[in-house]
Each structure stands twice: as C-alpha cells, then as structure tokens.
Design a protein around this ligand. Structure first.
Ligand code: AMP
Ligand code: ZN
Length: 113
C-alpha cells in the first residue's frame, strides 16, 4: 500500500535501520525507542491489525515471534524482554501495518500505561 509507512519502508522508499530481513519478514529499530532495544518485527505483506489476520496467517505470526526471540538473543537480552502487539486506537496502535514490538534492556513495569 503506497500510503502505508511500513509498506514504504519495506519497498525501501523510506530509509530505516533494518536489523533483519528474511522471507516474509522485516525487522527495524523503532525511530522513537521506548527502551534501549526497541525493534519492530513486521510482515512484508500489508496486514492492518491483529483483527485482520486470517487462519492461514497463523504460521506468519509464529515466524514473527521466532524472529523476535532471535533478535532478543542477538541483542543479549538474557534477563528478559517484552513483546507487544498494539491493536486498534484504544490499544495504542498508530501505524496500521501489523507489527510486533520487541522491547528490552531495562526493567518493564506492569500494568503498562
Ligand atoms: P504502534 O503505536 O504500535 O502503532 O507503533 C508504531 C511504532 O512505529 C511507534 O513505536 C513509532 O515510534 C514507530 N515508528 C513510526 N515511524 C517510524 C519510522 N519511520 N521508522 C521506525 N519506526 C517508526
Ligand atoms: Zn503496510
């Protein structure tokens, strides 16, 4: 989608700090990091939100989680990290292209704001 920020990053029309690119996925550092490590794992295919996933996307979501785990290991997040999917406006989603936040390098609080 030409009007989607993350699709434009995938198409290399907008620069990004890409940490992983393979198969169905791309991972990039968040431009406004909320932790020492803040990486977004995104599918190449435009899917707006968690609510737009189809049954056949189950493997894709698993690939996103596995990629997050690998990046966490590469970033030496040995004492833990947090994975977050924001969904919809009240869920805090601002970019309508599915993404998994990987946050680490500091203690996380609960409940989140
Ligand atoms: P969300 O609020 O869950 O939709 O998260 C969107 C994330 O995208 C936010 O954490 C933003 O800081 C991040 N973001 C926005 N624009 C860019 C960009 N050009 N490159 C990297 N991350 C971005
Ligand atoms: Zn998109």
């Amino acid at each position: 989608m030409s009007d989607c920020l993350f699709c434009r990053i995938i198409d290399k029309a907008i620069p990004a700090d890409i940490v992983l690119e393979r198969g169905n996925l791309l991972a990039l550092r968040d431009i406004n990091p909320q932790a020492p490590t803040h990486v977004l794992i995104i599918p190449r295919r435009h899917i707006a939100t968690i609510d737009d996933l189809q049954a056949e996307d189950t493997l894709l979501v698993g690939e996103m989680v596995q990629a997050a785990r690998e990046i966490a290991a590469a970033e030496s997040l040995v004492v833990g990290y947090r994975l977050v999917f924001n969904c919809g406006r009240q869920g805090g989603q601002e970019v309508d292209h599915l993404h998994l936040h990987l946050l680490g390098g500091r203690s996380m609080e609960w409940p989140p704001g």
